[in-house]
Design a protein around this ligand. Sequence first.
Ligand SMILES: [Mn+2]
Length: 324
Amino acid sequence: MNDSLNSISSLLKTMDSILIFPHINMDGDAMGSSTALCLALRKMGKKTFVMLNEPIPKNLDFLECGCSTYDENILDDVQLSLQIDSCGMNRIYGREVAWERGRIKGCIDHHASGINDIKYNFYRTEPKTAATGEIIYKIIKLLGVEISLEIANCIFAAITTDTGNFQHTNTTRNTHEIVAELYDVEGFDSKTISALIYDRQSKEAIKMESDVLANLEFYSEGKIATGEITQELLKKNGCSMNESEGIIQRIMSIDGVEVGCLFKEKDQKVIMVSLRSKHHTNTAAVAAKFGGGGHLRASGCTMNMNLQEAKEKIIPQLIIAVEK
Ligand SMILES: [Mn+2]
């Protein structure tokens, strides 16, 4: 059962050494929420780090704030291992050893899938909340820590990215109220943070995006659009996969598209699939068929096969889901 924010913040007050785990293929919410909480806990005098095993995407580099580490032995003793915006073992892939060091295990997330993978000592998942950043903001308030400019920037980054810059249907009054409060923090300027996140794409990434868009495939009379990023395409454009952020939003901006699907070829045998929907299609249910998960309107899965096989498996399922 979900623990209350009050009981979680009370517990956090008693913890002295904490490792924080954002989900793999980190995004603005995972990194922003993790760093915001790390900064708040450090202000309380706690030894806290954000445990990573992959580089931070360039447009999110300002969310590092001296918090992250790649050294699983950085703390002599780990009282608490805490997943943030992340739930289940497959979301912390590659960091299992560090995760197991925590004597207590917790999870704060707005994804519900994966909650039964791990025997958490406490957890809170709020599937209706737009961003984990909203939950973390409330916890920081309950901890009694003042929201610094760095924390405000992290919370704003978390919320703007997970709401598609306040365009997704998950955006609520609560979302805007929390962001409104951030303006009370001295020096806070949302435009500065938006520009850091959205206006620093490389020429190469823009060219790659245009290649992907030029080769979209459409199914179900244009209700489904699929794009693909192969290793060959990355090589041709001189890009890395983490520069593909934003392409799925471009696909979703097409008139008439209900479901967007982006195939990312990690290698010949591993395809990462991102799914989005606009109105009625449950993409989480489709992702779950292939061991993935997420939200109704935004989900993903990893398929251990080549690109052609992945397409042959998932596209028919999308066609069924979109016609429901
Ligand atoms: Mn999130």
